[in-house]
Design a protein around this ligand. Structure first.
Ligand code: ARG
Length: 468
């Protein structure tokens, strides 16, 4: 008989049993469900709602289940619908009828919300730490390759040369903002909904703060209807996760381009590439392609949840059971992506010659030629036009800017001197960009120095306090 079977005359149709069950996926909450129950039963004892003896028995049972869970020995049953009823049935198997007292002053509605907060809190902590590790690797890459210059692009057309370190530090900034967003969201995740009951609050003289403190929460939901129906914190996480994946997807696109034969700017380690079953020469950048591809499913989970929530009246509705699979899938997808990307970037090699060749065999120093003319007293607009004419002349004659004779230069403008060739060097060009945030060496070093301080400011969120 079902836990809720008292008012039913007929058995549940087996179609509904399968349709309704969430145990296939919410068993991931088992650890948090037991943790929450341990705090809840403790509180019931403190508030004299349950006798000390009863509390002791229930805690013994819950701890037994926690051990069994660690040994992978819990047997979940579809007929028990979800994680909460499975745990209660298993508790009954260990301690008998006393198990029936655990659910005093609580509903599955506040219980499931509590489990989700505990689950997400722990994964936020892990993800924040993992992103910081990724960012350390990015800073190392920037520092080790400070002298490597590559083409910078706009419209995917060669624009101006930049240091590779400057380019990769752009991603440091994106991932650092992602980390800060997760840290900021922690305060909205770290509040306890338990004690909201089914919807109206609990009719028992419970102490919600006791449970919240025992579980390391910073506070409690102030409105019971809100507590059982809020999934903002999940949607916010899915949005933050979507931004993280979007950043990975952009980086992936670049990595895929860079290791193509056309670019050949980088080589990924064999460890992080796959081959083709037919074409023996192939070495494919699957990690980057998968990260780019998986971004789609993370966006899907965000849109999925927002759509689930948009029409729901207060308070709990079974639609809310649909919050979990997208969340679990997203947590795994993002965590896996951060971890594998960290390892892949650690072993990535730059093809410095190819990058250097690319910046010497293009016209990305044209802006600097215009700036050279400006320094000789020509207005920028005039300098832009003259340089455009010079570039066109060079393209027509199969020359790069540093191959044009001084005589030809002076035909375009008599102010151009021998010194022009120095200013056309890619090294000179990048060093000219020394304004704050630019690609000159000192500026990039300043970014790196700052980044190291910022890495140290990432505070790992507190670990869960297990009630003893
Ligand atoms: N499995 C449910 C969920 O995930 C738990 C809450 C069920 N509450 C209820 N009143 N049926 O949302």
């Amino acid at each position: 008989m079902k836990l809720w079977g008292g008012r039913f005359k007929q058995d549940t149709n087996e179609l509904l049993e399968a349709y309704n069950a969430s145990i296939d996926f919410d068993q991931q909450l088992a650890h948090y469900d037991i943790l929450g129950s341990l705090a809840h039963v403790d509180m019931l004892g403190q508030c004299n709602i349950l006798k000390a003896e009863t509390v002791k028995t229930i805690k013994y049972g819950l701890q037994t289940l926690q051990q069994k869970l660690q040994q992978n020995k819990l047997e979940f049953k579809l007929s028990d619908e979800d994680i909460h009823m499975n745990i209660e049935r298993m508790l009954h198997e260990v301690i008998g009828d006393t198990a029936g007292k655990l659910h005093t002053g609580r509903s599955r509605n506040d219980q499931v919300a509590l489990d989700l907060h505990l689950y997400l809190r722990e994964h936020l902590t892990q993800l924040i730490k993992a992103l910081n590790e990724l960012n350390k690797v990015i800073v190392d890459l920037a520092e080790e390759n400070i002298d490597v210059i590559m083409p910078g692009y706009t419209h995917l057309q060669r624009a101006e040369p930049v240091r590779f370190s400057h380019h990769i530090m752009a991603y440091f900034n994106m991932f650092h903002r992602d980390t800060q967003r997760l840290m900021d969201s922690f305060k909205r995740v770290n509040i306890s909904p338990l004690g909201a009951g089914a919807l109206a609050g609990s009719g028992m003289p419970i102490d919600r703060h006791y449970v919240a403190n025992a579980l390391g929460f910073d506070g409690i939901y102030e409105n019971s209807l809100d507590a059982v129906s809020d999934r903002d914190f999940v949607a916010e996480f899915l949005f933050n996760a979507s931004l993280i994946m979007m950043h990975f997807s952009k980086l992936s696109e670049e990595i895929i381009l860079w290791c193509s034969q056309e670019f050949s700017f980088i080589a990924l380690s064999d460890e992080f590439c796959t081959g083709s079953s037919m074409m023996p020469q192939k070495k494919n950048p699957d990690v980057a392609e998968l990260a780019r591809g998986k971004t789609g499913r993370v966006y899907g989970s965000l849109i999925g949840l927002l759509t689930v929530l948009k029409g729901l009246p207060l308070a709990y509705n079974k639609d809310l059971q649909e919050d979990k699979e997208g969340l679990f899938d997203t947590v795994k997808t993002v965590e896996d992506t951060v971890v594998i990307y960290t390892a892949m970037l650690k072993t990535m090699k730059l093809n410095k010659e190819k990058m250097h060749q690319a910046v010497t065999e293009d016209y990305s120093n044209a802006t600097e030629l215009a700036n050279y003319l400006v320094k000789q007293g020509v207005s920028f607009r005039e300098a832009h036009k003259i340089t455009g004419n010079i570039v066109m002349h060079c393209i027509d004659n199969n020359l790069y800017l540093n191959q044009l004779s001084l005589e030809d230069y002076q035909n375009f403008n008599p102010n151009i001197k021998e010194s022009v060739y120095i200013s056309l060097n890619p090294e000179t060009v990048v060093e000219a960009h020394r304004a704050l945030g630019g690609t000159a060496k000192d500026s990039v070093f300043a970014q790196i120095k700052n980044a190291k301080q910022r890495l140290a400011t990432v505070i790992a969120c507190p670990d869960i306090v297990i009630p003893s």
